[in-house]
Design a protein around this ligand. Structure first.
Ligand SMILES: O=C(COP(=O)(O)O)[C@@H](O)[C@H](O)[C@H](O)[C@H](O)COP(=O)(O)O
Ligand SMILES: [Mn+2]
Ligand SMILES: [Mn+2]
Length: 347
């Protein structure tokens, strides 16, 4: 995978974030999502690459979403060999969530981002549209905490690995009825809980950086977001584990009511997953030799600022992390969109 692609990929998430942020606070989540999707597609299709969406926003008939199997990039054209280099002709897999936290954007709340992960072909787990039980933790706890252990056990291990008391730990959990027991157990163990309404990708990645005051993510979110989080945590050397949730009773949401346990197990079998209880780590969910994660804040978050408009342009903050460059690069960009802005404010 060409290292220089990361520069263009930053623009992909920047454009998605800018487009989506225009809908910030307007109460229209579908519009916020669609704007991000269209901007992401448009910018990706200008890159000299041969990409294929492996985690997207749905199936082909659900246009205008970036659908699973959609080919993106200039080098997907039939005569690409005439104008693309051998390197650019290598197939790459792309997992996208153009608007991660659509509700957050619609209601003007913190923590939404435009995100994607890329790797060489086959380098990203093609997660089904399932729920996933997740455990993310800082690099110091990698391989010590384990999703198969109880939250209480993991908090003890975390406190030892991070050399702080359990009371000094903050665990992010999605605020959902399914997490009632989990939240009680974390609190009973002495740790503090930060409840979020949406956006568990951001919470997972925050565990990869000291100074965010987030020490673990626990609980059930969506599987596609799990793969994107795993890609980032693989690059950062943090801990990430995920287990697909096939039993609707575990989540008990209107969405899961459409499924049955047996039907889900059959779906997994069709995909070649025999063991529905398998625990995947970051290296399995993002197994490629080269893995890259990029995200751009739509609304302000712990890791990144949101999009800030000024007369004649806007300013974005992005994060790009890759196994190849061994960098976590925060990119601060001023986009000049108008004719001649009167002020370009650095503060
Ligand atoms: O909050 C989320 C929503 O993502 P999006 O639809 O792209 O705006 C994700 O971070 C969650 O991982 C996940 O999608 C969620 O937990 C599943 O939804 P729910 O049934 O409400 O928990
Ligand atoms: Mn999402
Ligand atoms: Mn989304």
């Amino acid at each position: 995978m060409d290292n220089t692609i990361s520069l263009e990929i930053i623009e992909v998430v920047e454009q998605a974030a800018i487009a989506s942020s225009r809908w910030m606070g307007l109460g229209k989540k579908d519009e916020a999502d669609e704007a991000a999707v269209e901007a992401m597609r448009e910018r990706m299709n200008k890159i000299h690459m041969r990409g294929r969406i492996v985690i997207g926003e749905g199936e082909r008939d659900e246009a205008p979403m970036l659908y699973i199997g959609e080919e993106v990039g200039i080098c997907t054209q039939p005569n690409a060999a005439e104008f693309c280099t051998l390197e650019e002709l290598q197939e790459i897999d792309i997992a996208v969530d153009p608007c991660e936290g659509t509700n957050l954007v619609a209601y003007g709340q913190n923590g939404s981002m435009a995100v994607l992960a890329i790797s060489e072909r086959g380098g990203l787990f093609q997660a089904p549209d399932f729920y996933m039980d997740k455990l993310a933790a800082p690099p110091a706890a990698k391989g010590h905490v384990d999703i198969r252990k109880t939250p209480t056990e993991n908090l003890k291990i975390l406190s030892e690995c991070l050399n702080r008391s359990i009371e000094e730990l903050v665990v992010v959990v999605m605020d959902r009825p399914r997490h009632k027991g989990l939240i009680s157990e974390i609190r009973a163990a002495g740790a503090r809980v930060r409840l979020i309404s949406d956006g568990d990708v951001s919470a997972a990645i925050c565990c990869g950086f000291a100074g965010t005051n987030i020490h673990a993510l626990m609980g059930i979110g969506a599987a596609p977001e799990g793969v994107i989080s795993a890609a980032a945590m693989r690059c950062l050397g943090g801990h990430f584990q995920g287990r697909l949730v096939y039993d609707p009773a575990e989540v008990n949401t209107p969405e899961s009511a459409k499924w049955t346990r047996e039907g889900n197990l059959a779906r997994l079998k069709e995909m070649g997953i025999e063991d529905g209880d398998k625990v995947y780590d970051a290296h399995e969910l993002a197994c490629g030799k080269d893995v890259l994660f990029a995200g751009c804040g739509i609304t302000p978050g712990t890791l990144m600022e949101g999009v800030r408009f000024f007369g004649g342009g806007c300013r974005t903050q992005s994060l790009v992390i890759s196994t190849q460059s061994r960098t976590a690069r925060f990119v601060d960009t001023i986009h000049l969109t108008g004719e001649s802005p009167k002020t370009i404010n650095l503060r």
